[in-house]
Structure formats: structure tokens, C-alpha cells
Design a protein around this ligand. Structure first.
Ligand code: PMP
Length: 348
């Protein structure tokens, strides 16, 4: 065991929260060759909690501490599709807080199990729209209000989330590309990742293009394409953690920075998920595959010799009972979207 003095002497003083961020940028060779562009993807699955949401989790907790809303041994309460909760659970253990998570009961069992293993109390609740008082976010808010020394971190509308990407992910992308980035695209859940990164990159170079990528069941693509008409949510997607029925406070101030949007059907997402595995050895969840499919579409729109960056949000580990199950894929009518030479990866 290293005693503190020895740890200081050899420069090993970092605890979990300092291990967050500074993720590698990956060159996607096969798709770069195919498009004539340089397609890069930031490996956010390499964060300690395994996703891009670790950054927002740390920032909302630090924000609550700084504003005096969270005192020692307090409780952090959040509504989340899972990844923010996993990030929060890690940060809470490292900082000595309790963690309570409300999540829609449509999310994968792997995420619920992991949250509980990390010591969080989890309430899976019916997946109802935001305007229903039983929505997971409203339940999280009420729970925190009724508890002493508890804070609802409110990732959707708390702009500390966006600030995480403005102050960390955006600068990292700029540095890792030597400022030679032409386009950035990613999907949104809270919108924090897209808004923070788009804001930072455009501050450095206003010519950088930012595209929002959207799955089925989300309203943002049609919102952007129609110049601001909000429609009802219809349909659903295999992608977890992304897609939105409203414009959140994290996205709203930076919506003007979004140059265009791309709709990515689930068929394209699942094909890309299996291609990334086969061609690059990259094992990621569906939102990451959607992002890479969007980067390819953006490359086609911007033309050759451009550098396009996107985000690999998390690994496939937390979805494997679905994404690699023949029965589950068939139930979503997605088996045919996986080319015959890639079907060998469907092992469950
Ligand atoms: N991908 C995954 C797997 C996620 O869980 C999330 C967040 N729920 C996102 C992407 C979107 O990130 P953001 O909330 O910053 O828009």
C-alpha cells in the first residue's frame, strides 16, 4: 500500500473524479476511406463510469456543492435513463454521498444492476411523458424536496451539465484535432454534450459546423427542419439515453448554433454498430453507433477532405442482452439490417 507521503513523492495522488475525461480520440479508418473524410470519434466509454455522462455527473454534483445545496453525507437524487445515474453513483461513493435514482422501467437490466452494485437506491418507474406528474424526473424532484440535505441535480435543465462539455470535452476535441475540425455531430438526451461542444468549437472557429443527430421517437429533427415547430412524440427507437420530446434548458441557448439535423433510422444504427465491431474492433452502444452513422452522413453533406468528430457515448456491455440477441433483434424487425457476413456476432 502507498502511504500519502509516498503517493505524493511519486505523483500518484489522483482519486476517481480526477480520472474523468481526457479520453482518447479514435480514427475510424474504414469509414474515413469510404467517405474521403477523416472520421474521428471520442472514446467516452473509457471514463470511469463507462460513459460520456460521467462528466455531467461530476459537474452537477460540484455545482450543488458550490451553491451550498449539498452538504457532507447528503443525498443526490436524479432522474436518468441510466448513464448519468451510473456516473453519479461513482461520484457519490467517491465523495461520501448517498445516491437515489429514478429511471424509466424500459431501460436495460444491466444498468439497473450496475447502479445497485454501486450502492445507489434505484426506483424503476413507468415510462410516461414529461407532462405527466409521474414522469421519472418529477418523481426525483419530489423525492429530493421531501428529504433533508438532498439535492435533485436536474440534469435536463441544469446548465452545469452543458458546462462540463464547454469546459472539458470541447477543449479536448479542439486540442486533439489541432483545431482542424470541420464538423461535429451527436445525438441528444439532455442536449448537454451537443450544446457544450458546439459552443466551444464555434467560439474557437465560427466556421465549424454542428449537426444534431436524432433517432426515431424524438421531436428535435422535425423541430429544427421546420424552423421551430414542436410536434408530439411518435414511434420509438432501440437507442437508449437519446431522443427528446422537448427543447431542454441545456439545449435552448445554443440551438442557434446548430446548423442542421440528421435523422438516423434504427436500421442504420444497428448496421453501424455491427460494422464498428467487425471493421474497427469497437464495441459500443446504440447511441454511439447512431452518432457514427450521423458522422458518415455529415461527411457526405460537407464533401471530401473534411474532419468530422463525433462521440462514442458508452460501451455495448450494458446492452448486450438486447443488441446481441437474435430474438430481441427479430422482435424489433432489425435482423435483416445486419448483413449476412456480420450475423456471426449475434451470439445470444
Ligand atoms: N448516449 C447515451 C448512451 C446516453 O445515456 C446519453 C444521456 N442520456 C446520451 C448519449 C446523450 O447525452 P446528453 O444527455 O449530453 O445529450
Amino acid at each position: 500500500m502507498l502511504f500519502p507521503t509516498a503517493a505524493i513523492r511519486i505523483g500518484c495522488q489522483q482519486r476517481l473524479v480526477r480520472a474523468l475525461g481526457n479520453t482518447p480520440m479514435m480514427y475510424i479508418k474504414s469509414l474515413s476511406k469510404e467517405t474521403g473524410c477523416t472520421i474521428l470519434a471520442k472514446a467516452e466509454f473509457m471514463n470511469p463510469g463507462g460513459s460520456v455522462k460521467d462528466r455531467a455527473a461530476l459537474y452537477v454534483v460540484k455545482d450543488a456543492e458550490e451553491r451550498g445545496l449539498l452538504k457532507p453525507r447528503g443525498t443526490v437524487v436524479e432522474g436518468t435513463a441510466g448513464n448519468t445515474g451510473i456516473g453519479l453513483a461513482h461520484v457519490c461513493r467517491a465523495k461520501g454521498y448517498d445516491c437515489v435514482i429514478f429511471m424509466p422501467n424500459t431501460q436495460s437490466q444491466e444498468k439497473i444492476d450496475l447502479l445497485r452494485m454501486l450502492g445507489a437506491k434505484v426506483f424503476p418507474v413507468p415510462a410516461v411523458p414529461f407532462d405527466n406528474p409521474q414522469n421519472y424526473n418529477h418523481q426525483a424532484k419530489r423525492y429530493a424536496q421531501e428529504l433533508d440535505n438532498a439535492v435533485w441535480t436536474n440534469q435536463f435543465d441544469n446548465v452545469a451539465n452543458r458546462r462540463a462539455h464547454l469546459e472539458t470535452t470541447g477543449p479536448e476535441i479542439w486540442d486533439q484535432t489541432d483545431g482542424r475540425v470541420d464538423g461535429f455531430t451527436c445525438a441528444t438526451g439532455t442536449g448537454g454534450t451537443l450544446a457544450g461542444i458546439a459552443r466551444y468549437l464555434k467560439t474557437q472557429n465560427p466556421k465549424v459546423k454542428a449537426y444534431l443527430a436524432d433517432p426515431p421517437g424524438s421531436v428535435l429533427h422535425s423541430y429544427i427542419q421546420s424552423g421551430g415547430k414542436l410536434t408530439e412524440r411518435t414511434g420509438s427507437s432501440i437507442t437508449e439515453g437519446i431522443g427528446q420530446g422537448r427543447v431542454t434548458d441545456n439545449l435552448q441557448p445554443d440551438l442557434e448554433l446548430i446548423d442542421d439535423s440528421l435523422f438516423i433510422p434504427d436500421e442504420h444504427t444497428i448496421t453501424m454498430l455491427y460494422r464498428l465491431l467487425d471493421e474497427e474492433g469497437i464495441y459500443v452502444g446504440a447511441s454511439s453507433a447512431l452518432n457514427v452513422a450521423a458522422a458518415v452522413d455529415m461527411a457526405k453533406k460537407l464533401g471530401p477532405n473534411k474532419t468530422i468528430v463525433t462521440i462514442l457515448c458508452d460501451g455495448a456491455y450494458r446492452y448486450q442482452s438486447r443488441l446481441f440477441s437474435r430474438q430481441w433483434l427479430a422482435s424489433k424487425n432489425l435482423l435483416e439490417a445486419i448483413p449476412p457476413h456480420l450475423q456471426k456476432y449475434i451470439v445470444l
